[in-house]
Design a protein around this ligand. Structure first.
Ligand SMILES: Nc1ncnc2c1ncn2[C@@H]1O[C@H](COP(=O)(O)OP(=O)(O)OP(=O)(O)O)[C@@H](O)[C@H]1O
Ligand SMILES: [Mg+2]
Length: 227
């Protein structure tokens, strides 16, 4: 089962400046990449999928649910991983941070503890459960941030440049974490190699879709735009 993320005639302006200029997209693939130049509108677009940002006009829906009107409902289905894990990590220890994600889940203490343990093991953080979150390495912090999203068992995970701040090794660890997810994944990135195995890559240029197709074809299309 995959969710369907649909953009219909989406425009967005910050003040006078129009940064998305008519986006029509329907995502129902398991792996979608979004690439494009700095300032082209990728993050603006990604944030709309879980209602972090409301389009100036047009609609974004996830399985038919309007992301800006029913934000809470959509955020149950869609998790968001930010570039900088420090903005996402809120609790003093690793285990507490994971449990915090489930604070309004209605799960029992034992269920929360089970899920925390499952994520700790999955991301090799089990030796760090009581470790201060802010003392983790950059890669471990991003794994914790991803874990804090996955622990809620979303159907779709959006990640906005999740490997940008990481060195090569940690970037690979995070790429593997994204790769291993059962969830549908939509990744914004400048690290094009991350998308080799993706089903679909969309190139955004100056607020419009400039290319939409396979990763093999998207990368040359993007290069051509830049030249
Ligand atoms: N909160 C905001 N207020 C005003 N302008 C904004 C705001 N957020 C983004 N912008 C502008 O909107 C445009 C698109 O920004 P966006 O962050 O979506 O680009 P991006 O494609 O994600 O770029 P990057 O690759 O650098 O992350 C940019 O010109 C940016 O300056
Ligand atoms: Mg961005």
């Amino acid at each position: 089962m995959v969710s369907e993320v649909v953009f219909r005639s989406v425009r967005h302006a910050f003040g006078e400046r129009e940064v998305l200029r008519g986006i029509d997209l329907r995502f129902d693939e398991r792996r979608v990449g979004i690439i494009g130049s700095n300032g082209s509108g990728k993050s603006t677009l990604a944030r709309m999928i879980n209602g972090l940002l409301t389009p100036t006009s047009g609609t974004v829906t996830v399985d038919g649910i309007d992301a800006s009107k029913k934000g809470a409902q959509v955020r149950k289905k869609v998790g968001f991983v930010f570039t900088d894990p420090d903005t996402q990590i809120v609790m003093p220890t690793v285990a507490e941070d994971l449990a915090f994600s489930l604070r309004r889940s209605g799960l029992s203490k034992a269920e929360v503890a089970d899920r925390v343990q499952e994520i700790l093991v999955r991301f090799r953080l089990d030796g760090h459960a009581e470790h201060p979150s802010h003392l983790l390495s950059g890669g471990q912090k991003q794994l914790l941030a991803i874990g804090a999203v996955l622990i809620r068992r979303p159907e779709v995970v959006i990640a906005d440049e999740p490997t940008t701040l990481l060195d090569l090794r940690n970037a690979r660890v995070v790429a593997e974490a994204l790769d291993s997810m059962d969830q549908q994944v939509i990744v914004v990135t400048h690290q094009l190699a991350l998308l080799d195995s993706f089903e679909r890559v969309v190139v955004i240029d100056d607020g419009v879709v400039a290319f939409d197709g396979s990763p093999e074809n998207a990368v040359p299309a993007y290069r051509e735009l830049v030249q």
